[in-house]
Design a protein around this ligand. Structure first.
Ligand SMILES: [Zn+2]
Length: 109
C-alpha cells in the first residue's frame, strides 16, 4: 500500500519536472523572432508538439494527484465509480488508477 504512494509521489514529481521543462520551452528567449520563416515554421510545429505533450502531462498529473488524494482518504483500493475493490494487479501496473477495470472500460484510467 505504502509502496503505491511512493510510486505515485515519484510519478508526481517526474511529471512536475517535465511540465516545468515544457514551460521553459514555451517561454524561451525572444531571440527566436530573428529566425527566418522556415525556421519559425518548424519552431511553431515544435510548439504544437510541446503543447500536446504539456496537456498530456497535465492530465496525467491530475490523475496521479487524484489517486494520491484517494489513497490519503483510505479509498485508494476502491473504484471511485462503483465502490468495488480495484484489482491489486491492476494497481500494480497502473498505480494512478482510481477506477476498476469494468468502469474504466478501454481507457487506461
Ligand atoms: Zn468500478
Amino acid at each position: 500500500m505504502s509502496d503505491r504512494k511512493v510510486v505515485l509521489e515519484a510519478l508526481q514529481q517526474e511529471l512536475q519536472e517535465r511540465l516545468s521543462r515544457y514551460h521553459a520551452h514555451q517561454h524561451r528567449e525572444a531571440g527566436s523572432l530573428e529566425k527566418d520563416f522556415a525556421e519559425q515554421a518548424v519552431q511553431r510545429q515544435n510548439d504544437d508538439v510541446v503543447d500536446g505533450l504539456e496537456a498530456e502531462a497535465k492530465q496525467e498529473l491530475r490523475q496521479v494527484q487524484r489517486a494520491l488524494e484517494r489513497l490519503a482518504e483510505g479509498e485508494g483500493d476502491v473504484c471511485e465509480n462503483c465502490g468495488e475493490e480495484i484489482n491489486p494487479a491492476r494497481l500494480k501496473v497502473l498505480p494512478f488508477s482510481t477506477r476498476c477495470v469494468r468502469c474504466a472500460g478501454q481507457s487506461l484510467n
